[in-house]
Design a protein around this ligand. Sequence first.
Ligand code: DMJ
Length: 477
Amino acid sequence: MTPGIPSPALPPGRKEQRGPRQHRSCCCMMKHAWDNYKRYAWGLNELKPISKQGHSSNLFGNIQGATIVDALDTLYIMEMKEEFKEAKEWVEKNLDFNVNAEISVFEVNIRFVGGLLSAYYLSGEEIFRKKAVELGEKLLPAFNTPTGIPWALLNIKSGIGRNWPWASGGSSILAEFGTLHLEFIHLSHLSGNPLFAEKVMNIRKVLNRLDKPEGLYPNYLNPSSGQWGQHHVSIGGLGDSFYEYLLKAWLMSGKTDEEGRKMYYDAVQAIETHLIRKSSGGLTYIAEWKGGLLEHKMGHLTCFAGGMFALGADGAPNDKTGHHIELGAEIARTCHESYDRTSMKLGPEAFRFDGGVEAIATRQNEKYYILRPEVIETYMYMWRLTHDPKYRQWGWEAVEALEKYCRVDGGYSGIRDVYNNHQSHDDVQQSFFLSETLKYLYLLFSEDDLLPFEHWVFNTEAHPLPGRQSCAFTLGD
Ligand code: DMJ
């Protein structure tokens, strides 16, 4: 059995796991989210919890069942056995990739491929391996570009790809093509087909040939010319999980992927020099960089970086382990402040450090909260790596706020303005609420030996993948 994972069926005589009160609350939240999805939107991508019907997003084209696939491993980890079984049956009978659909390669990879891979590694059920490889094969034509940098969008029937019309100069997006690595390495491992790994290793080759402004990676790269688009740099939206996957590729390889390690620590060095700043009130934040000028704004998405810095601390060069943990702790504190300074105690989509404010959203279109996980994700990493009880306290504050403002009869909904107590719901229960937010909360209140970091890395959608030392992982030898 894989270390840290409950066996699929409880052995005779073993009692049901009883966690603390907080731990059980996370399971109740999962049950409420799942039961309502099942009641009102079964088989569709997501739930509209106010109007009590399905919600479809064009990210998945007409591939269906995003919530089911994204939630599989959370159900498994929380030992919700009946629910896991019905989800598996749905996958067996209904999950169909032979559709004429234009999909986001990134979203389908992190949610569907990642979800299926984790479900396979946790349960050992062959159907999940088969479906993951089948879907991976459908994604391969996205790499048919002059440089091998994949398209953002792909029609999985025709194999024709293109980029988002809004992306600078027809570019592909760093956080999208840079967030395929973990899953594709596993696809090669599980299928015996080296092509998946070759495709993602080539992305690194292209990146390593390019000059980087001040050592930073712009968010836009043209897949035909191999040149950067606009020089915008972000550790939040459009950039975020590229950096995360450099670190995790190295960790997942059993710390043998030297190239990933070097790219990660070099990037962090440049981020520290050019993007990380301290406000006059003493809050550390990560700004955005636009052609050399800083925009003093931090996105909710950027808050994942606290956990990333702490996770990477152990391998930090030049005796900088303590410094990277401290950086993680400072980002966690800033992101907690962004929650604490709202009336709902839930954080806005973006907050600013200019015009006399600190960690507060000033623009109406940045005040929403869509059940995102990044702040709780960072609390979970910080808790595991420091055991400072404040991270569990902060996680519990988030649970209370979610229960008070986001829980509705028909599930959980995002909020349009976290500074206004007369809440207006956005009527979407995002699939990542089940795969990430609730899983990270559950792990925050669990013992460290559940999915221990020595054996598992989490993909950017919180799907755990085993590292080399855990699964006789030989690819790349
Ligand atoms: C998730 O799909 C992933 O965490 C992704 O990396 C960023 N956005 C969402 C959650 O906010």
